[in-house]
Design a protein around this ligand. Structure first.
Ligand SMILES: CSC[C@H]1O[C@@H](n2cnc3c(O)ncnc32)[C@H](O)[C@@H]1O
Ligand SMILES: [Zn+2]
Length: 432
């Protein structure tokens, strides 16, 4: 029996109070054993949290982790042009090895900024699953199906692969990997395919993750073709469900917010991506007020351009206030809950709060910095002032992924070099 004591720091409790406490985690079960007053607990190994704040590991509720290879390749365009002119032509050249290299790079970036769980959409999912396994992180993965521009055989093969991958990889990495069925979006997967494959996913109890209502251009064609708002159309097909979450949910009207709440469908809010692609402002406070579970995601590194969830919390608070025209909207405590407990709820992990019996996924923030001084309110600091580079240690499933800013699960130098080589060769192939 091996137990790790995270000692000497302050701890963020599930009710967002902060107190001096030690956290004991079991490296056998991967659970938190106890959170107790300083000095009350003993472990076989220690992690020094003195001068620090222990928080739940952050949950990135929507990303495309291998897109780190496309970081900085196509900026300053709206979604449709960005995807069609830049991203998709390059993605068409991606190999399994590229995706592995990009995923490892992205996972290192996440570990270094305190993220312990992610929800990913992409291709070559076995490569991503192997990288997640090696990283020691927790993830919800899936193969994303697109049918537009494909003949019937290729379209069906995509949807079949999305189902097969979801069935095959669920429970991988000793249960740290879960899966979702992933139609890319309501405009990139045809209605007949959705009507055929969604019932199969539901009958297998698969969770569903898709992009929805990201831009106005994703709303108008559906209203024109089906005479319904996109989420009413999605509900008609059976896509909205207690285990479904949609990425973005920017252009949702009141009837769609009610539909999300009634069906228990969650939203992965991606504020930086929505600002960079000028997609719009999601009505996050309205969604929360209606009872919708809203997590936070970075989206891919090509539309962000980093995977730092602290940046994302700050962005979520800022844009949430603008969208509501109310400075009290989407406050500091709310964004911290969104990036921890809400994200974990969307992904289906018993993480996101430091409590005995839950997953031992946590990060220690170093508070000894000018930009974190004075320390009136540490929840305010988490939302508005902490950077990913302030994370001292990252732990997932009781294992130390980063100790004193040294990543223990990868050779970081080698991963960065390999990713740079793969990115350069990829761009070269795409330009031929
Ligand atoms: C097949 S995996 C996902 C697919 O989605 C593309 N993508 C990345 N970011 C976004 C976004 O914000 N909206 C829609 N699609 C996006 C990614 O490049 C992959 O092709
Ligand atoms: Zn996305």
């Amino acid at each position: 029996m091996s137990e790790l004591l995270v000692t000497g720091g302050q701890v963020l409790r599930p009710d967002l109070t902060v107190e001096r406490a030690d956290v004991l985690v079991s490296q056998d079960s991967g659970d938190i054993v106890a959170v107790d007053e300083p000095g009350a607990l003993d472990g076989d190994d220690e992690l020094d949290a003195s001068g620090g704040l222990v928080i739940p590991g952050l949950v990135n509720a929507h990303t495309h982790v291998a897109m780190t290879l496309l970081r900085g390749l196509a900026d300053d365009k709206p979604l449709d042009a960005w995807l069609q002119e830049d991203v998709w032509p390059v993605e068409a050249e991606l190999t399994a090895e590229d995706i592995r290299a990009g995923a490892e790079l992205g996972l290192i970036e996440m570990i270094r900024s305190g993220t312990t769980a992610l929800s990913d959409m992409y291709f070559e999912v076995e490569e991503i699953a192997d990288a997640v396994d090696q990283a020691g992180m927790r993830a919800v993965l899936g193969f994303t199906a697109v049918t537009v521009g494909k003949d019937d055989e290729a379209a069906r093969s995509d949807l079949r692969e999305s189902l097969d991958v979801a069935r095959k990889l669920d429970g991988a990495a000793d249960g740290r990997i879960r899966t979702t069925f992933q139609p890319h979006s309501l405009t990139t997967v045809g209605e007949d395919y959705l009507r055929e494959f969604v019932p199969e996913a539901l009958s297998d109890d698969l969770s569903i993750h898709l992009h929805a209502n990201e831009t106005r251009d994703e709303v108008t064609p559906i209203v024109d073709e089906h005479g319904q708002r996109p989420l009413a159309y999605a509900d008609d097909i059976g896509l909205l469900d207690g285990d479904t979450y949609v990425a973005h949910g920017v252009h949702v009207d009141d009837s769609e917010i009610d539909l999300l709440a009634e069906t228990g469908t969650g939203v992965a809010h991606c504020p930086a991506s929505n600002m960079k692609l000028a997609s719009g402002m999601a009505p996050v406070q309205d969604l929360l007020d209606a009872g919708v579970t809203v997590g936070i995601g970075t989206d891919g590194a090509a539309s962000n351009n980093d995977l730092d969830m602290f940046d994302e919390m700050r962005d979520a608070a800022m844009i949430g206030k603008l969208a509501a025209d109310d400075a009290s909207a989407v406050d500091a405590g709310t964004v911290v809950e969104m990036a921890t407990q809400n994200g974990a709820d969307l992904l289906g992990f018993d993480s996101g709060r430091l409590e005995a019996g839950t997953n031992a996924d946590l990060a220690v923030i170093d508070l000894d910095a000018p930009h974190l001084t004075p320390a009136h309110d540490l929840v305010s600091h988490l939302a508005y002032a902490v950077h990913g580079s302030d994370v001292r240690h990252t732990v997932c499933d009781g294992e130390v992924l980063m100790r004193d800013r040294s990543v223990e699960v990868f050779n970081e130098r080698a991963v960065r070099d390999r990713a740079s080589e793969h990115a350069a060769a990829l761009v070269e192939r795409a330009s031929d």
